[in-house]
Design a protein around this ligand. Structure first.
Ligand SMILES: [Zn+2]
Length: 370
């Protein structure tokens, strides 16, 4: 990798860096670095600013120029397709959303919604697009997603028709893993995405593996899941189960997935709000869910021995993560479980941000003519 690419990648990761730090961490001659920085500045890719602290010579700080290029992050989910246009430093410029209604949860529906988002956000300045999608992704194709009701959606092909820059397509939990390591660091960790769907990802030394824990069977004679199995974790421990307990409702998980906006959205938003602001009012409703969830997470912790487990997703709140941690540490006594850190992240935009970051890194590695 050339020195200029290394500098751009470092700035993408760290935001603002002192010129002195680059010299020290890159181990190159001061003059070589000065040439690279001068060139990048002339090309409009970086800004060099001076920072005065106390007396003496001001120190120089270097950052990516927000105008250097633009990146788009997209989240394709069960309930909506969301697109975010960001500047080079991944600061949000514009956000747009297309809701997924009944009858649109199929290949042609998602293709149409994605094309609308691209039409709205993609301009000449966009260098890369990162896409996070619920389901199994292989080489840019969503091979299987019970949640979106699609098999074989070729996102790469749709993108090719609409865009000629760098494209990076990953599953939603992979986008979260990228976001986690970009923002918080770490080398061995588990990501859990909690909402109606429950997903996980194991990350070790920069590599990740998707763990579809939402469809682990926890009750063989349980409810029929929308994936075709009986008694999946999602039928008893997800937002579907929580909403059913909250409303004493009589509906199936398949109905819930199909008609969320039309029938259940208001009540689900109400439940989330209570869970986040007045948890004591709804704590009991979540009891069974959290018990099942902590059993599955506890088993994963025993198997993988992570340093930390980080929770994302619209359906999760800080107190829920504390409960899961307590139950895991109470019920699993294997060595090492005690030391595992549990983190509540929430951060609803982590999907788009993670996907955009991955796309930006790939763009810098492959495309930048430096
Ligand atoms: Zn299932």
């Amino acid at each position: 990798m050339t020195l200029k690419r290394r500098i751009l990648l470092e700035l993408l990761r760290k935001g603002v860096v002192r010129r002195k730090e680059i010299v020290e961490s890159f181990g190159v001659a001061k003059s070589t670095l000065s040439y690279a920085i001068r060139d990048l500045r002339q090309e409009g890719k970086i800004d060099v600013l001076s920072e005065r602290k106390g007396r003496g010579r001001p120190s120089e700080i270097v950052r990516l120029s927000p105008k250097a290029w633009k990146i788009v992050g997209v989240k394709i989910g069960r309930e909506a397709v969301i697109g975010v246009l960001m500047d080079a430093t991944l600061k949000e410029i514009k956000r747009t959303e297309e809701k997924v209604f009944h009858g649109m949860r199929n290949i042609s529906g998602y293709t149409m919604l994605l094309e609308r988002i691209l039409e709205e956000l993609v301009t000449k300045k966009v260098a890369a697009i990162g896409i996070s999608v619920s389901g199994n992704v292989e080489n840019g194709v969503v091979v299987d997603s019970p949640m979106l009701n699609i098999n074989g959606l070729d996102l790469k092909e749709i993108l090719k028709k609409n865009f000629s820059g760098t494209v990076s397509i990953m599953s939603d939990v992979q986008a979260l893993s990228v976001h986690e390591s970009f923002k918080y660091g770490g080398d061995r960790f588990l990501i859990v995405n909690y909402g109606l769907g429950i997903g996980a990802c194991w990350c070790e030394s920069g590599k990740n593996r998707v763990l579809p824990i939402g469809h682990i069977v926890v009750d063989r004679s349980g409810e029929m899941c929308y994936c075709g199995q009986r008694g999946c974790l999602e039928t008893v421990a997800s937002d579907y189960a929580n909403l059913k307990a909250f409303t004493h409702g009589d509906f199936t998980i398949t109905e819930f997935v199909e008609y969320e906006h039309e029938r259940y959205e208001d009540k689900l938003l109400k439940l989330w709000e209570l869970s986040k602001k007045e948890p004591e009012k709804v704590r009991k409703i979540y009891d069974k869910s959290l018990d099942m969830l902590s059993m599955v997470i506890g088993n994963l912790v025993v198997l993988f021995q992570p340093e930390k487990v980080s929770f994302y997703g619209e359906g999760i709140a800080g107190w829920m993560v504390n409960e899961v941690e307590e139950r895991v540490k109470l019920n699993f006594k294997r060595q090492g479980v005690e030391k595992v850190r549990f983190h509540f992240r929430g951060e609803d935009d982590a999907f788009e941000k993670g996907a955009a970051f991955k796309a930006a890194v790939e763009f810098l590695r492959e495309e930048v003519k430096v």
